[in-house]
Design a protein around this ligand. Structure first.
Ligand SMILES: CC(C)(COP(=O)(O)OP(=O)(O)OC[C@H]1O[C@@H](n2cnc3c(N)ncnc32)[C@H](O)[C@@H]1OP(=O)(O)O)[C@@H](O)C(=O)NCCC(=O)NCCS
Length: 153
């Protein structure tokens, strides 16, 4: 497995973007932004991370990331975050932001293991108004609130 910047049609990565975000409308709004790094094995792409510039000097955001369901838990996600950190540092990055659902305790563990700390919560970020179906749950917890986390670079 190696990680490289992705230059081809991002439509081919839609299954991975969809794994990371339940809203097709949201994905359509950001899929073209920033840069995408992919974890590649021979011809197969097994994970991605999208890095975009965020508000403030030297601030970047991990806008989307996912690892193929069959390959999760093998360290690929950690390697993608490490590659994104290096990518941002090379571009003068000072701070890296990410957000996830408060309901997704697995993701909260994953990001905290990568050095992120919780910064703020946006209540009711996930709902019809923002392009999410009603009644979505993650591990039995309603998908409602969004947690922002950040770490120094
Ligand atoms: C979140 C995700 C990218 C993590 O990638 P991964 O390759 O499975 O993660 P890794 O194998 O590198 O795990 C790194 C550490 O995080 C932990 N971790 C990863 N996913 C976890 C989960 N769902 N629950 C608990 N811990 C988790 C691992 O146990 C590991 O911990 P360790 O250091 O104690 O061994 C991946 O599970 C995924 O694609 N999920 C679906 C899409 C998604 O939710 N994307 C994020 C949207 S914000």
């Amino acid at each position: 497995m190696h990680i490289e910047t992705y230059q081809a049609d991002r439509g081919a990565l839609l299954p991975l973007f969809t794994l990371a975000d339940d809203s097709a409308a949201q994905i359509a709004g950001y899929i073209a932004l920033g840069e995408v790094l992919v974890a590649r094995e021979a011809d197969a792409i097994v994970g991605h991370v999208q890095v975009i510039a965020a508000e403030g000097a030297g601030v970047f955001e991990l806008k989307s990331m996912a690892v193929d369901a069959a390959r999760q838990g093998e360290g690929i996600g950690r390697a993608l975050v490490e590659a994104a950190v290096a990518f941002c540092r090379e571009r003068g990055g000072r701070r890296l932001v990410v957000s996830t659902a408060a309901a997704d305790t697995g993701n909260l563990r994953f990001y905290q293991k990568q050095g992120f700390r919780m910064e703020r919560i946006v209540r009711d970020a996930f709902g019809l108004a923002t392009g999410y179906a009603e009644g979505l749950f993650v591990d039995g917890i309603p998908l409602l609130d969004q947690v922002f986390l950040d770490r120094d670079l």
